[in-house]
Design a protein around this ligand. Structure first.
Ligand SMILES: O=P(O)(O)O[C@H]1O[C@H](CO)[C@@H](O)[C@H]1O
Ligand SMILES: O=c1cc[nH]c(=O)[nH]1
Length: 252
């Protein structure tokens, strides 16, 4: 019997046995990624979830956006897993917080600080948001094969873009006490960057027998600027896409 899911608008038959998903946040990135696969075709677009299917070395690979943040990511990952996907590669954009990281650099996440809420619905806070070793190696190897030396380390993954990432250039300029000074503390602990989905993705996968990895292109360095430059952003995004495709090729 065909398996349907609540939100994604796709079925197990659509996925043709795909076990690996590439999961960007942005729905607009999905087609660009899928077009680097063989035989790309659009499957569905529902809410923030756009899905395409393609092939890598003759094997089906699904590309599906998660939208921004943990709650929508948890839905995409849950429903893809129900449809048979067991490996998830997130490709995102990110804000670096270490001075030695440049805009345009690539970051591979080994583990995430759980500044989200959704991951706590899957495992208690004592449980680490840790990336799968093989997925991480595949991302790092793919980058190195392209002549890129990615930064590999810990990411702070926040439910909010503004207060949770300690941004003061906001409507109220208010950051709750619990986040005041937090960026400095993460920097001191060697945390590389901020983004918004890896805590949920990595916790869900590590705690449920699924595999996940995460690569992100640096579009701002929070120690230098807040607003990304469009050209650099496109370039960083494209390079992260190339890395995730290389990693997927190693894992399918
Ligand atoms: O570029 P994506 O994958 O959306 O990732 C980053 O960009 C969004 C914020 O602008 C958040 O989703 C964050 O994690
Ligand atoms: O600073 C940034 C840039 C991209 N995505 C984030 O979550 N934070």
């Amino acid at each position: 019997m065909t398996k349907h899911v609540f939100h994604l608008g796709i079925t197990d038959a659509d996925l043709q046995g795909a076990r690996l998903a590439i999961v960007p946040g942005d729905p607009e990135r999905v087609q660009r990624i899928a077009e680097q696969l063989s035989n790309p075709r659009h499957l569905a677009s529902k809410r923030e979830f756009t899905s395409w299917l393609g092939e890598l070395d003759g094997k089906p690979v699904v590309v599906c956006s998660t939208g921004i943040g943990g709650p929508s990511t948890s839905i995409a990952v849950e429903e893809l897993a129900q449809l048979g996907v067991s490996t998830f590669l997130r490709i995102g954009t990110t804000g670096a917080i270490q001075t030695h990281i440049n805009v345009g650099d690539m970051i591979v996440t080994m583990g995430s600080v759980r500044l989200d809420g959704a991951s706590s619905h899957f495992a208690p806070m004592e449980f680490p948001a840790v990336a799968n070793f093989d997925c991480t190696c595949a991302l790092v190897d793919a980058a190195r094969d392209m002549g890129i030396a990615p930064h590999v380390g810990i990411t702070a993954s926040s439910d909010t873009f503004y207060p949770g990432q300690e941004r003061y250039d906001t409507h109220s300029a208010r950051v709750l006490r619990k986040f005041q000074g937090s960026m400095k503390e993460w920097q001191a602990m060697g945390v590389l960057n901020y983004e918004m989905e890896s805590a949920t993705l990595l916790t869900m996968c590590a705690s449920q027998g699924l595999q996940a990895g995460c690569v992100a292109g640096v579009i701002v360095n929070r120690t230098q600027q807040e607003i990304p430059d469009e050209t650099t952003m496109k370039k960083a995004e494209q390079q992260a896409i190339d890395i995730v495709i290389g990693a997927a090729r190693r894992l399918v």
